[in-house]
Design a protein around this ligand. Structure first.
Ligand code: FES
Length: 164
């Protein structure tokens, strides 16, 4: 795959840059845009972004490796993040994680062979009031339980989900 932004995406990059006094501060937003387009931040994508923002590649690598929201390898079409931090864990977040893991046959950080799902155990996602919670791509699901999760995964598998 050729790594480049189209005209519309470059306009978005400029819009992000215009919000900050230095392009360094625009890096996270531009990386997010890149991840949405390319699916993950490969070495080639990181180099492209570094050039685009005129930043040292080592700085871009540092940001990508520090933040877990940037994928360092291809993930599933539906990336499931399960919070097992205190509030969620007290309301069975860890059991929900184990259940999804068994259901999909994958462990933390893995992708199903069909590329449909990936699973990640995460720290607090700032939705403790709705514990236990999971996120699938950018959608949050709160006050969930195992039957809800089973139903949701089955709907996504059959193309009836909402997590775009
Ligand atoms: S502990 Fe799960 S969202 Fe905060």
């Amino acid at each position: 795959m050729e790594i480049f932004f189209d005209e519309q995406e470059l306009a978005k990059v400029n819009e992000i840059k215009s919000k900050y006094p230095h392009s360094k501060a625009a890096l996270m937003g531009v990386l997010w845009l890149a991840q949405k387009k390319f699916g993950w931040i490969s070495k080639e994508v990181a180099e492209y972004i570094a050039k685009l923002l005129d930043l040292p590649p080592s700085h871009v690598d540092g940001v990508v490796s520090f933040y877990t929201m940037y994928f360092k390898k291809p993930m599933g079409k539906y990336h499931i993040q399960v919070c097992t931090n205190v509030s969620c864990m007290l309301r069975d977040g860890d059991l929900i994680f184990d259940h999804i893991s068994k259901l999909l046959g994958i462990k933390n950080g893995e992708v199903t062979p069909d590329g449909l799902f990936s699973l990640e155990e995460v720290e607090c996602m700032g939705a403790c009031g709705g514990a236990p919670m999971i996120a699938i791509n950018e959608d949050y699901y709160e006050n969930i339980d195992i039957p809800f999760v089973e139903n949701l995964i089955s709907r996504l598998r059959n193309g009836n989900g909402t997590s775009a």
